[in-house]
Design a protein around this ligand. Structure first.
Ligand code: BG6
Length: 532
C-alpha cells in the first residue's frame, strides 16, 4: 500500500463554507480514475496551475487510485510526461511541479471491490495521524456507471461522515445520467449517502471565465438588465460549434449523440446564465435556484422544433476527413446524431415569445462557442421606402471561446453627404485588457470545491430539470431513429434543415466563424442601407 508523506498538520479547522480568496484547508484529495485521460490532461494540470497561483493548501495529499498496477513513482513519471507534452518545451515551472508531485501517491486498486475502500480508509487514517489532513475530497474521474457504486462504497467504509473540522466532498464528472430516469436514480442513490452540500456535480463549461462573466455582465452593469427581456430582445442564438470529430470516443458517442452530450448540460448552462432572474445574492443556493427555475420554464421541445444530423466525409483545413460512420467503433449504419439544432421557448414573464435557438455539432466549419442576443429592430425607419428590417440588427455577441470577449453591433451613419447607414461594432477582447492566465478550465472548479463554494456546480434539481426539458425529444427520436435525419458534410455549417428552422420564423443563423465582423452584418444585407 502507498504511504503518504505530507508534513504534519497544526491547527483545527471547521467544515464551514469559506469565502473566496481564502486559502483552502488542509485536504487529502483522492482521485478515482487516476490513470485516465481526464486526470492527466485536466485535473493534474489544473492542480499545477493552482500551485502556481498559491491556491492549494500547504498540507495536501493526493492519492490516485486506478486499476493499473504501478508505483507512485511510475504514476508521477506518467503525469510528468503528459505535462511535458502539454507545456511548451522548457517552460514547466520546476519548483511548482515538484511541489505537486511530491504530494502525489498512487494506490493500485479495483474500485468495484469493497476491500479497496477498507484499504483506502486505513491509508487515510494512517495519513491523518502523520500529517493531520482531516478533510477529504473524492474526485470521481471515472465512467458514469461507477459514480453510484463508488459513493455507496465510500459510505459503507465510513468515509463520507463529516464532523466539526472535517468535511467530506465528492466531485462527480459528466455525464450525470444519460436521461431523466437515470439522472434521478443516480441522485437518489448518492443522496442516500451524501447530503446535497457534499456533492459537486461538474459541468466544465462553468469553469470557463467567459461563462462566469455572463453573470457579471448582466448583474454588475446597469445598462444591460433593463433591456434584458421580451420587450427588447428579439431572439437569442447559442452556438457551440466544434471542428473535431468524435476522435477516439466512438464507442461512448454512439450511445450518447450530440443532444445528450452537449445540450442538457453545457448549452443549458449558457441558456440558464442568460435567461435566469437576478438572484438575491451570489450565494450558491440563491444562484442555483434561479437557474433551476429557468430550466423548469422551458417548453417541452417538439420534434418540429428540433433538427438532428450526422457528418459525412468532407474537408477540414484542406484535409479530407471521413464521415462519422467511418470513425473507429462507430456502426456503419449508425443513426447517432453529431449535430443538433433546437428552437426553445421559455414560459415566463421575461421571455414569453422570445425564441432561443441552440445548435451544436462536430466537424463544423469553425470552432466557436458564442451567444448572440439579437435586439428588436427600431420601431420606425425614418424613411418610408426603407423597411426597418433592412437596418443592421443590434446584436450583443458574447464570445465564450476561442478569442474570449464580447461585441455590440449597431447602426452608424457612413461619412459623406448621403445618409447611408452601415453596421458597426464595439468590441471588447479579454486579451486586450487582461494578462492571459494559464488555465485548463478546471482550476476555479477545484478551488471552489476546496473552499466549499458550490455556485459553479450543478444541484440535483438543476440536473433533473435539464433532463426533463429534453426527455420528450429523446423519446421521440429513440422511437424512430432515422426519421427526419439530416446529413451534412464535414467542414460545413451543419444541415440546411437547421437553416429552415430559423427561416420559417423570418430569421437566420449568424455564420459559424471566428471572424467577428459577422456580428455587424445582417445575413440578408450585403450593402449598406441608403436612407435618402
Ligand atoms: C464534452 C463533450 O463534455 O465537451 C465533448 O463530451 C465536447 O464531446 C466537449 O467536445 C466540448 O468542450 P469544450 O470545452 O472543448 O468546448
Amino acid at each position: 500500500m502507498a504511504t503518504v508523506t505530507t508534513p504534519s498538520f497544526k491547527g483545527a479547522e471547521t467544515a464551514s463554507k469559506a469565502p473566496r480568496g481564502r486559502q483552502p484547508q488542509s485536504t487529502a484529495l483522492v482521485i478515482f480514475g487516476a490513470g485516465g485521460d481526464l486526470t492527466k490532461r485536466l485535473v493534474v494540470p489544473a492542480l499545477y496551475h493552482l500551485v502556481q497561483a498559491d491556491k492549494l493548501p500547504n498540507r495536501l495529499a493526493i492519492i490516485g487510485i486506478d486499476h493499473r498496477q504501478q508505483t507512485s513513482e511510475q504514476w508521477r513519471q506518467d503525469v510528468t510526461n503528459m505535462m511535458q507534452t502539454l507545456t511548451p518545451a522548457g517552460t514547466l515551472d520546476a519548483p511548482a511541479w515538484s511541489w505537486l508531485i511530491d504530494r502525489m501517491h498512487y494506490m493500485p486498486a479495483d474500485f468495484s471491490q469493497s476491500e479497496t475502500f477498507r484499504n483506502l480508509r486505513e491509508l487515510l487514517v494512517h495519513q491523518k495521524e502523520r500529517n493531520g489532513a482531516a478533510n477529504l475530497l473524492f474526485y470521481l474521474a471515472v465512467g458514469e456507471r461507477s459514480f453510484g457504486p463508488i459513493v455507496e462504497q465510500l459510505g459503507h467504509a465510513g468515509l463520507t461522515e463529516q464532523s466539526e473540522g472535517a468535511w467530506r466532498r465528492v466531485i462527480i464528472e459528466k455525464p450525470f445520467g444519460h436521461d431523466l430516469s437515470s439522472a434521478m436514480a443516480l441522485n437518489a442513490q448518492i443522496l442516500r449517502v451524501l447530503s446535497e452540500d457534499q456533492i459537486y456535480r461538474i459541468d466544465h463549461f462553468l469553469g470557463k471565465e467567459t461563462v462566469q462573466n455572463i453573470l457579471v455582465l448582466r448583474f454588475a452593469n446597469g445598462i444591460f438588465e433593463p433591456l434584458w427581456n421580451r420587450d427588447h430582445i428579439d431572439h437569442v442564438q447559442i452556438t457551440a460549434a466544434e471542428t473535431i470529430g468524435v476522435e477516439g470516443r466512438g464507442r461512448f458517442y454512439e450511445q450518447i449523440g450530440a443532444l445528450r452530450d452537449m445540450v442538457p448540460n453545457h448549452l443549458f448552462q449558457l441558456l440558464a446564465m442568460i435567461g435566469m432572474e437576478p438572484p438575491i445574492s451570489f450565494d450558491a443556493d440563491a444562484v442555483r435556484a434561479k437557474k433551476s427555475e429557468l430550466l423548469q420554464a422551458i417548453h417541452p421541445i417538439s420534434s418540429e422544433n428540433a433538427i438532428r444530423g450526422q457528418y459525412g466525409a468532407g474537408v477540414m483545413l484542406e484535409r479530407k476527413v471521413p464521415g462519422y460512420r467511418h470513425e473507429p467503433n462507430v456502426a456503419p449504419d449508425s443513426a447517432t446524431e453529431t449535430f443538433v439544432a433546437l428552437k426553445l421557448g421559455v414560459d415566463n414573464w421575461r421571455w414569453a415569445g422570445v425564441p432561443f435557438y441552440l445548435r451544436t455539432g462536430k466537424r463544423l466549419s469553425a470552432r466557436t462557442t458564442e451567444i448572440a442576443i439579437q435586439f428588436r429592430q427600431a420601431p420606425y425607419a425614418l424613411f418610408r421606402d426603407t423597411p426597418v428590417e433592412r437596418l443592421p440588427a443590434n446584436i450583443l455577441m458574447l464570445r465564450i471561446q476561442p478569442d474570449e470577449g464580447l461585441s455590440v453591433s449597431f447602426s452608424a451613419k457612413r461619412p459623406g453627404t448621403e445618409i447611408e447607414i452601415d453596421g458597426v461594432a464595439m468590441d471588447f477582447a479579454y486579451r486586450d485588457y487582461f494578462e492571459p492566465v494559464a488555465t485548463v478550465g478546471y482550476e476555479t472548479l477545484i478551488y471552489d470545491c476546496l473552499i466549499g463554494d458550490a455556485t459553479l456546480f450543478q444541484r440535483a434539481d438543476t440536473v433533473e430539470a435539464a433532463w426533463r426539458a429534453v426527455q420528450g425529444l429523446i423519446d421521440v427520436w429513440a422511437r424512430d431513429a432515422t426519421a427526419e435525419f439530416h446529413n451534412y458534410a464535414a467542414g460545413s455549417a451543419g444541415p440546411t434543415a437547421a437553416d429552415r428552422l430559423l427561416a420559417r420564423d423570418g430569421r437566420a443563423w449568424l455564420p459559424i466563424s471566428t471572424d467577428h465582423s459577422h456580428t455587424v452584418i445582417r445575413p440578408d444585407i450585403a450593402a449598406p442601407v441608403r436612407l435618402r
